[in-house]
Design a protein around this ligand. Structure first.
Ligand code: MG
Length: 371
């Protein structure tokens, strides 16, 4: 809260009689008054007053009221002060001198000899002004605060709209936007641009066998692994259910293939702690590069997707790179999952490094194609 005027007045008057008179009249009216005999000694108190009122005599030795008024306004301009309502007390009653006083920054003036009723009425006007200014300032601060809160909220909503709730990675919508931006940069700069489409193998079986809670843990752990392999965290994301996309600017398909293969191997090496059991999983990766033939980002994604399906078809847990339109080749190793986890009773899970078991599992679920 901004402090409103606390009825403090600084009186500056070199004539002792007038000074004492002012002090008594204002104090009797309920104001808190500090009185000074010259402009110089009033400077520091004015400087530290915050918001308040000054009644200063025009004619004083050294720093007169006019000069004090100018100095006060200068200090205010440097934002060293709050609002100061400045009343100039003057024997000068000529219009030109009154204008001079107002132009020096005085808010009001009172000609000597002054009338007590007029003095108090003008002080009340000043008090009203100070309160209004304080209210206005407070309202400004409130509006700024509200705007800042709105900005935070808008930012949060934007984040939510762009983020996958489970993995905290950018979501599909966000990925498309960023891929398009990266695409434009690649076009403009003539840089390479590659992407990796990655899908968790047989994820449906993990979900069906162990339940969605375990499935979610697996998704999160793989997402972490994907994040660790990102060159730029803003260019990766959860593309779909168990599908992730990594975009690599200034990278050829061959180099992206090496990165994808490292990621694939790291996922295959994970021991995912799901509480009652440890699960192992694997991913199939498809890699494609923006070429003269890929006119739009969608085509790049389609090529990467086709490679990912080729990896699935050839036994999963491997990386395929698009080498020409519609043609791919497997790179790196083909991983074998030998211990997929501690199965619950009755579950049929491939284990013991036997490819045969894995085949059994695969063939049992041969109708669920994209796993
Ligand atoms: Mg004087």
């Amino acid at each position: 809260m901004i402090e409103t005027w606390d009825r403090r007045i600084i009186v500056v008057e070199d004539d002792e009689l007038t000074r004492k008179l002012l002090l008594r009249q204002l104090e009797t009216a309920g104001y808190t008054v500090e009185a000074y005999g010259d402009g110089r000694s009033a400077l520091q108190p004015i400087n530290t007053m915050g918001s308040g009122m000054v009644i200063a005599d025009w004619s004083m030795p050294e720093v007169d009221g006019l000069e004090l008024c100018r100095m006060t306004r200068e200090m205010q301009n440097m934002q060293a002060l709050g609002n100061i309502y400045f009343i100039l007390l003057t024997a000068h009653s000529a219009k030109t001198e009154i204008v001079q006083g107002l132009e020096a920054g005085a808010d009001d003036y009172l000609t000597k000899p002054y009338h007590q009723g007029e003095l108090l009425a003008r002080v009340r006007v000043g008090g009203r002004m100070l309160r209004l200014q304080a209210e206005l300032l407070q309202r400004n601060i409130d509006v700024q605060k509200a705007n800042a809160q709105m900005a935070v909220l808008a930012n949060k909503l934007e984040m939510q709209a762009n983020t996958d709730g489970l993995t905290a990675l950018p979501n599909r919508r966000c990925l498309f936007e960023r891929l398009e931006e990266a695409w434009k940069v690649a076009e403009r700069e003539g840089h390479a641009l590659s992407c990796v489409m990655l899908d968790i193998d047989r994820f449906k079986i993990v979900n069906d066998t162990y339940g969605h809670a375990v499935g979610d843990v697996v998704l999160k752990r793989v997402a972490e692994c994907v994040r660790d392999h990102a060159r730029r965290p803003d260019l990766i994301g959860r593309f779909g259910g168990e599908e992730f996309l990594l975009v690599y600017p200034v990278t050829s398909a061959a180099d992206a293939g090496v990165l994808a293969e490292k990621l694939r191997a790291d996922v295959a090496a994970l021991r995912i702690d799901c509480g009652v059991l440890t699960v192992r999983t694997s991913v199939s990766c498809g890699v494609a590069e923006k070429t003269a033939g890929t006119g739009i980002p969608d085509e790049l994604l389609r090529n990467a997707d086709a490679m990912m399906y080729a990896a699935k078809e050839h036994g999963r847990n491997q990386t395929w790179v698009c080498v020409a339109e519609g043609k791919g080749q497997q790179v790196g190793e083909v991983g074998v999952i030998d211990t997929p986890g501690e199965p619950p009773p009755g579950a049929r899970v491939a284990r013991g490094g036997s490819r045969g078991d894995a085949e059994t599992l695969q063939s049992a679920h041969a109708d669920t194609d994209h796993e």
